[in-house]
Design a binder for this molecule. Sequence first.
Ligand code: C2E
Ligand code: MG
Ligand code: MG
Length: 408
Amino acid sequence: MATGELENFSCLLVDDDPFMLKALSKMLESIGIQGIIQTDNAQDALKYLANRNNHIDIVISDLNMPNMDGIQLLRHFGSLGMSFSVILVSGEDPRLLESVKSLGEQQKLNILGTLNKPVRKDDLEAMVKLHNPIGKQAPNGPAAMVFADELQRAIMNDELEVFFQPQVAIDDGHIVGIEALARWNHPEKGWIPPGIFIGIAEKYNMIGDLTDSIFQKSISEAAHLRSLGFDITVSVNFSAQVLCVLELPEILSETIQSSGLESSHVVIEVTESSLAQDMNITLDILTRMRLKGFGLSIDDFGTGFSSLEQLKQIPFTELKIDRSFVHQAAENRASRAILESSIDLAQKLNIECVAEGVETEADWKLVEELGCDIVQGYYTAKPMAARDFITWAKEYGLQRNVQDTTPK
Ligand code: C2E
Ligand code: MG
Ligand code: MG
């Protein structure tokens, strides 16, 4: 998103705590948002929103308020239509926040996400930027069709980029892999997060071409890095739709044959929720991928349904714990329990365990203490363009004195 666009955003803050209202306003101002309306109760917020002359892009609301709580407020939002997005803020258990988010989504509300108190400016900014007036409209609306057309062109013109986020071993910190994450630098809107365009690509049957493009770029980058001496794997995300193509294992094998990589250098990441449909075909495809030597990772572990059943059926080589159970798990009993059990499960199944979303030293220490193998998160590095990876890895190697990860 172009920074200029933020100036035109209008945000409505709803919180009974005057200190919180002030703090959130300051943060929004500092990221360039000029239109900020504050209310200290849900009733006033609803009154403001119900007035057709008032335009609000994003409502940022506390969950716990006297008279009307955040859940009741969401119910009222449902009846106001979907022209604004919602961010929920609370000092409550993150799991409660997640449940409220699901409730809001069931009511077809545009929930951008949930933030725990104390709110960090970077998190607020990233979430605000998720509000995309076009990308977030009803998936069949005319604006979404224009957006889909643009995405189609971007895929065809090879304009999608791949960023890479390092994965490091927890025992000595050496770089063991990179995860490939799709990026779209839209000519007018700036960077659009995958959370938005992947959904559109799935909806409009472009996900096959998109995955193909991202896979090829990831493979050639990983082959290049390996040729420089990096002993790393590359992980690529696969959506449910592409896991319906029966020839996929053969197609992937052919792609890597010409690159110089081996299948064991490639990890296919699938999310639990994407596994819910067409289980027979998916199982066939994933099992043949494994037979061909590819690694298989169950991504966002803990967030989907029947994950244990899937762990039993599918020959996963890696379990990747969702970041909602990792970041700040030391301070949250439920997150910590889920994190601990997931790591324990991976150990008992004798598969690799990756903790996603390790943002702080405290996060790192906890996953280390619990016996996780691999870490991925902002504490080590944010996703970066391929051209920045080598420089980053050299500096990282020097800092940690891990010489084996620097190129020859
Ligand atoms: P994911 O596969 O679970 O990827 C990890 C996401 O967590 C990435 O977000 C990454 O930037 C973010 N992340 C990593 N460490 C941290 C941390 O310490 N703190 C925080 N707050 N976030 C962290 P990103 O790049 O926005 O991607 C979001 C999702 O979009 C991915 O989640 C994946 O499900 C999907 N996606 C991205 N690229 C592709 C793709 O090529 N194909 C498909 N099908 N999906 C993709
Ligand atoms: Mg992933
Ligand atoms: Mg994940």
